[in-house]
Design a binder for this molecule. Structure first.
Ligand code: SAM
Length: 381
């Protein structure tokens, strides 16, 4: 077994969405990371085994946590192939295991991300073939080992993706609707709102209930990866099963009951409400999420409530003028029927902010899942 980069440096990289940096850095500190430094769309940080398992199990904000194996100057495809073969891939894979590679290349001699991933794949399978005449297979859907290749300005890094794929896939999304929000985005919005479970929370455009489910997980202190089936830190040569079991057991024992009537939502679509119930049922039985079918216009209104929501936006959901009209009506609803509450509205399209007719106290740009959106806070006096 060689000394891999994450072993000699104890350094890892966490990937997140643009705009989530403040929340991501605070979360890393809270989960015990040290020497946190900003990189492109993420943070480098140091952690021991206990801390890194803890981070992968609990992060709500990061989409990937990567353990670098090697980093090197890489000016050509040939050199990528040759250097990737310096890794003894039998430290991570056997012939019966499958693997997949996510690759990202920017501002480098190697231009094509997919092709770079292909070269890394060839280096891995050729190494096995030379030794055994057989090779492990690629499985892009359910790989045993998820690798990551990143090349920026001709500097390459090959890493193991410790969550075994994107961590936004929490495992509770049994049913969905059109334009669901990414779970990591919903978690970031909740973090920025400052809501901690003490005040009633309502989402009047709840769709499949991503904001509600993330609020439930947060209020119940449920580890974000509680339902996750696979973690690729298990494939690291120095994986410590005793430490991992201690971390998991401790985190699972720290869940708390979510009080009745705190997390609620509604949506005009019956399918959306069905999806919320299915998704809620996938989560641990430590409280309730109440969701009902209703047009927001028919709601009585709210006082002393944190409203967190993601109304329709024109790009994906039809007519922009129609959406503008709906937002104007929603603005009037907030003004007339929600005094004493606070609203956090995530607009999937920034140009829609002015349609609400209310002045935001602050705005925070957040890009995720192909959306170039903005979160605005409104104090409703
Ligand atoms: C952008 S989606 C919300 C997605 C949600 N955040 C999720 O993760 O699934 C907007 C939602 O607003 C709902 N909607 C549209 N018009 C509405 C209205 N007048 N009253 C209540 N809900 C409405 C749609 O059915 C849709 O589910």
């Amino acid at each position: 077994m060689s000394d891999y980069l994450y072993q000699t440096t104890s350094q890892y990289f966490g990937q997140l969405a643009s705009g989530a940096e403040v929340c991501g850095e605070a979360e890393l500190k809270e989960l015990g990371a040290t020497k946190i430094n900003k990189g492109y769309l993420g943070f480098y940080f140091c952690a021991d085994a206990k801390t890194i398992y803890n981070i992968v199990y609990k992060t709500r904000i990061f989409s990937r946590i990567l353990a670098p194996l090697i980093a090197f100057d890489c000016h050509s495809e040939k050199y990528l192939y040759k250097t990737a073969q310096n890794i003894d891939w039998s430290d991570f894979l056997t012939l019966t295991k499958t693997f997949a590679i996510t690759s990202n290349v920017a501002d480098s001699n190697i231009r094509n991300s997919q092709y770079a991933g292909q070269i890394l794949k060839d280096a891995i399978v050729d190494q096995f073939r030379e030794k055994t005449t057989e090779r492990p297979n690629v499985d892009t859907r359910f790989p045993d080992l998820q690798l990551n290749l990143y090349i920026h300005e001709n500097k390459a890094r090959i890493s193991v993706d410790l969550g075994g794929g994107s961590l936004h896939k929490r495992g509770y999304r049994i049913e969905s609707v059109e334009a669901p929000m990414q779970e990591t985005l919903a978690a970031t919005i909740l973090q920025l709102s400052g809501w901690k479970g003490e005040r009633p929370l309502f989402d009047p455009f709840c769709g499949s209930g991503t904001i509600l489910c993330e609020a439930f997980m947060k209020a119940g202190n449920i580890p974000a990866a509680h339902l996750r089936q696979k973690f690729d830190f298990l494939r690291l040569p120095d994986f410590d099963a005793t430490v991992w079991n201690q971390i998991k057991t401790k985190a699972n024992n720290e869940t708390i009951d979510v009080p009745e009537d705190v997390i609620k939502g509604s949506d005009v679509s019956a399918d959306a409400i069905k999806a919320v119930r299915a998704n809620r049922n996938a989560l641990p039985e430590i409280g309730t999420i109440k969701a009902r079918r209703s047009d927001f216009q028919s709601l009585e209104g709210f006082s002393n409530t944190t409203i967190v929501t993601n109304p329709p936006y024109g790009i994906r959901l039809g007519n922009t003028e129609e959406v503008a009209g709906l937002l104007k009506e929603f603005g009037d609803f907030l003004k007339q029927k929600c005094t004493g509450s606070t609203a956090f509205i995530y607009y999937g399209d920034k140009t829609l902010v002015k349609k609400l007719g209310l002045k935001p106290e602050w705005r925070h740009e957040l890009r995720a899942g192909g959306l170039d959106g903005v979160l605005c806070k409104y104090e409703l006096y």
